[in-house]
Design a protein around this ligand. Sequence first.
Ligand SMILES: C[S@@+](CC[C@H](N)C(=O)[O-])C[C@H]1O[C@@H](n2cnc3c(N)ncnc32)[C@H](O)[C@@H]1O
Length: 219
Amino acid sequence: MKRKKERFKAIEERANVIEPTKENYHDIKGEWRKQYFKNDHPITIELACGRGEYTIGLATLFPERNHIGIDMKGERIWKGSSWAMEQNLTNVAFLRTHILMIENFFADGEVDEIWITFPDPRPRKRDIKRRITNPRFLDMYKKLVRPGGYVRLKTDNTGLYNYTLEVLSERNDIEDLQFTNEVYNSTLSPEVFDIKTKYETMFAEKGETIKYLRFKFKA
Ligand SMILES: C[S@@+](CC[C@H](N)C(=O)[O-])C[C@H]1O[C@@H](n2cnc3c(N)ncnc32)[C@H](O)[C@@H]1O
């Protein structure tokens, strides 16, 4: 509890975490490049980022892009924020919010790419609406991501993977869909850059294969 409080206090004082105590939390929408990154580079967001392994890993591999990790848990974001500071990554930010609120933070087309990394699978039937690849979430992503931008999902969870493929198959606004239930044994493997998140490592050790899919919304 003490540690959690300390981490919350720390992120309050950090410029690389946008969270409710900050002024820019309320007016960053449409202004990420101008106000925060001070460049016009493409923006990748990572949803359910936890500690933000993809945000940090991709920011290191692609310094000419901007990267934003998004999660509702401040103590997890604290870790990614610390890594970014240790590595002097100025192309990284973390946003603390519920994904359902994401339209308050990004203007239409402001995002170039979306990564969804090991989201909570929400297996219970009554939680289907809370799965972050549910149609109402996809409709939001469609607005945020620019035409031609990829949405990418990496998960250990077979139920969520199959559910997402089913949801996508019922839409007529998807193109360039590719998927694999064993990414490290697939030609899609280069697309995930061998970045491993905390949950990926945990589930891989339990023998789960890592599933990956990506698609675009039609322009
Ligand atoms: C299973 S963890 C995965 C974390 C990280 N991506 C990884 O692979 O290690 C799921 C994360 O999603 C976050 N999360 C779940 N639902 C969320 C929501 N609706 N809005 C924001 N974050 C959410 C949780 O706080 C948690 O950090």
